[in-house]
Structures are given as structure tokens and as C-alpha cells.
Design a protein around this ligand. Structure first.
Ligand code: FES
Length: 156
């Protein structure tokens, strides 16, 4: 599990690991998200200074990719697949159910649970698919979704 505590020296170490290169920004941001779970404003400023880009450049990359959150996530992450095979099997309705059940829209956090879209979990044969805290589940209907989320909350 990623830590949310921001440490400027650790961020600098990550940047140095990638050679302090602007062309490695996406890889640096991936490492930052692995470490902190999100990309805080202060880290965007630090990265811009360290790889010699404007803050707007770094912010533009951060906001382009869904996985680079600018708000801290909850301790639990629920992802509902939005890609074609899952859409054909009802993921839009499942997403609507998930939003209501979790009290959060996509990219939002409520009660320590973050709801995210994902675009194919490699589980298309068992669509619609969801991922809860890194574990993929297939053929998820609303009742199964509620069971899985209930189990997730019981594990707290
Ligand atoms: S389209 Fe949803 S798992 Fe592949």
C-alpha cells in the first residue's frame, strides 16, 4: 500500500533514479504514484523544478492520465471496467449502481473508498469486470458488487 506522507527527499531520489530527465516524466510520475498513491501540488512544483519543465507542463501530463490522481485516494480502490467488452455486458449500468452504492462518482472518494474507471482488466471473457484493492472479479452484477464491497468493508 502506498504511503500518503510526502517526502521531498524521496521524491528527489525518484527523480535522480530516472536521470533527472524531462523525457522520463511519465515514468517518474508512475513511481511517485506507486510511492504516495497520488501526485500532490507540492510534488508537481518540485518535479517541474527538478526536471526543468514548467509547472503547467507537469500538471498537463498529470491530468492527462487518469492514474495520476491529484487528490489522495481512499484506502480502498474500486475500479469498474469501462472498455468495450464490459460495456456490452452491462458495465454502464454496473457503474451507475457502483456510484449509488459507494456514494461517489468516478474519480471520487467517499468513506475511504475511491471509485475509478479502468479500461480493460484483461478479463473480457468474464465481463463485466471490476477490480477491488488490486483483485479482479468477473461477471459482476449489482448484487455481486454489493457482496464484494461488503466483504471489502468487513476487512477494515
Ligand atoms: S473490456 Fe473489461 S476486462 Fe476487458
Amino acid at each position: 500500500m502506498a504511503t500518503r506522507r510526502i517526502d521531498k527527499e524521496t521524491t528527489s531520489e525518484i527523480v535522480r533514479h530516472f536521470g533527472t530527465r524531462a523525457d522520463m516524466l511519465v515514468q517518474i510520475l508512475q513511481a511517485i504514484v506507486m510511492r504516495y498513491g497520488w501526485v500532490p501540488e507540492e510534488t508537481i512544483r518540485q518535479l517541474a523544478d527538478e526536471v526543468n519543465l514548467s509547472r503547467a507542463d507537469v500538471f498537463g501530463v498529470v491530468t492527462y492520465y487518469h492514474d495520476f490522481r491529484t487528490e489522495p485516494p481512499g484506502n480502498h480502490i474500486v475500479k469498474v471496467c469501462q472498455a468495450e467488452a464490459c460495456q456490452a455486458m452491462g458495465s454502464r449500468a454496473l457503474t451507475k449502481h457502483a456510484r449509488k452504492a459507494l456514494g461517489a462518482n468516478l474519480h471520487e472518494t467517499n468513506d475511504d473508498v475511491t471509485l475509478e474507471p479502468v479500461y480493460c482488466l484483461g478479463n473480457c471473457a468474464c465481463a463485466p469486470a471490476v477490480m477491488i484493492d488490486g483483485k479482479t472479479h468477473g461477471r459482476v452484477n449489482p448484487a455481486r458488487f454489493d457482496e464484494l464491497v461488503g466483504a471489502m468493508k468487513d476487512s477494515r
